[in-house]
Design a protein around this ligand. Structure first.
Ligand code: PHE
Length: 343
């Protein structure tokens, strides 16, 4: 029996040397020390020994079990260390390698110009307000002095999306919403998307952007409008920029003007300039003195208060600033185009 014990020990030692993984080691532990293992089998035969030999044999068997257990533990430590080393090697990072550059995004040119405009107006004391893109006919037209049967509705080819609901064709709707909720003095701009059923071409898009401006206070005159817009034009196009008022018509302003700025490309000379098409001027916005009927409709007494409003075309501002010849480029989201405006 002693011989058998010794053989089991040697067998275990040999097997242990070959073990390469923790799971193999587990299997080995079970097969040598488990209930069905050779050691247990041997102990079961103890009964057949003469009684005086049993304690010695029992002791030897226990020593052997201990011997195997210790060796298993030792192998376990070696395997664990190996495993850790392997993980470290697999996960190792060479900190001296050059980094992988992540592409950095940039703001869309429209948003860059919008951010600049917001800065300019905020520095002049304007608040920025927001309005819904789906508007009621009331805010988009009626409250702006454009009744349902008025031919002025044809000025804007409007998308109707439901009963008395439109995609706003102008940010002017925000004037009404503002005057309904704020008391004068009022000084706000409302930038946003507007929609008109226009055919797409180099200068038209069914979706474009406006920045609405509204100032209402005691004693506001057309001079304030001109001074304000002149200041804005200089901030955008430089100190030499000039503006020009042309008489125009909007149902919600009286008098109304269209405002041109001297062409930033040719400095106003025109000649064969492709940006202003030889005229020396670029139209950038519509404006005027808020119609007394519009003020009164919002509960503001036109005898006490006057105001001016303007609607700037953000897309035109952007195309002239960056000398972009086709408005469609602003909406096609071609990264080759957009990444040129990284600043
Ligand atoms: N809402 C007008 C348009 O879209 C522009 C405008 C705004 C005119 C404010 C006057 C005052 O054409």
């Amino acid at each position: 029996m002693k011989e058998q014990l010794k053989a089991i020990g040697e067998q275990a030692d040999r097997a242990l040397e070959k073990v390469q993984s923790l799971s193999e080691l587990d299997q080995l532990r079970v097969s040598f020390l488990g209930k069905k293992g050779p050691l247990t089998a041997l102990l079961k035969q103890m009964g057949s020994l003469p009684p005086e030999e049993r304690p010695t044999m029992g002791q030897l068997a226990n020593q052997m079990r201990q011997h195997i257990e210790e060796h298993i533990e030792a192998r376990l430590a070696v395997l664990k260390a190996l495993e850790i080393k392997k993980t470290f090697e697999a996960e190792s990072v060479d900190v001296t390698l050059p980094g992988v550059k992540l592409p950095k995004g940039n703001l869309h040119p429209l948003n860059q110009v919008l951010d600049d405009m917001i800065d300019i107006f905020q520095s002049m004391g304007f608040d920025v307000v927001d309005g819904p893109e789906i508007e009621t006919e009331y805010y988009n037209f009626e409250a702006l002095n454009i009744p349902a049967d008025h031919p002025a509705r044809d000025m804007q080819d409007t998308f109707y999306v439901g009963d008395h609901l439109v995609l706003r064709s102008q940010t002017s709707a925000a004037q009404i919403r503002t005057m309904e909720t704020r008391k004068p003095p009022i000084r706000v701009i409302c930038p946003g998307r507007v929609f008109r059923a226009d055919e797409v071409d180099a200068t038209h898009s069914p979706v474009f952007h406006q920045i609405e401006g509204l100032v209402v206070d005691k004693g506001i005159t057309m001079c304030d409008l001109k001074g304000c817009l002149e200041q804005v034009a200089r901030e955008i196009y430089g100190p030499d920029a000039k503006i020009k008022f042309r008489p125009s018509f909007f149902p919600f302003t009286e008098p109304s003007v269209e405002v041109d700025v001297s062409c930033p490309e040719c400095g106003g000379h025109g000649d064969s300039c492709r940006i202003c098409k030889g005229t020396g001027w670029i139209e950038i916005l519509g404006a005027g003195m808020v119609h007394p009927r519009v003020l009164a409709g919002c509960g503001i007494d036109p005898e006490e208060y006057t105001g001016f409003a303007f609607g700037i075309g953000l897309d035109r501002l952007t195309t002239t600033r960056y000398k972009i010849s086709d408005i469609r480029l602003l909406f096609e989201n071609d990264l080759r185009f957009l990444t040129q405006f990284d600043r």
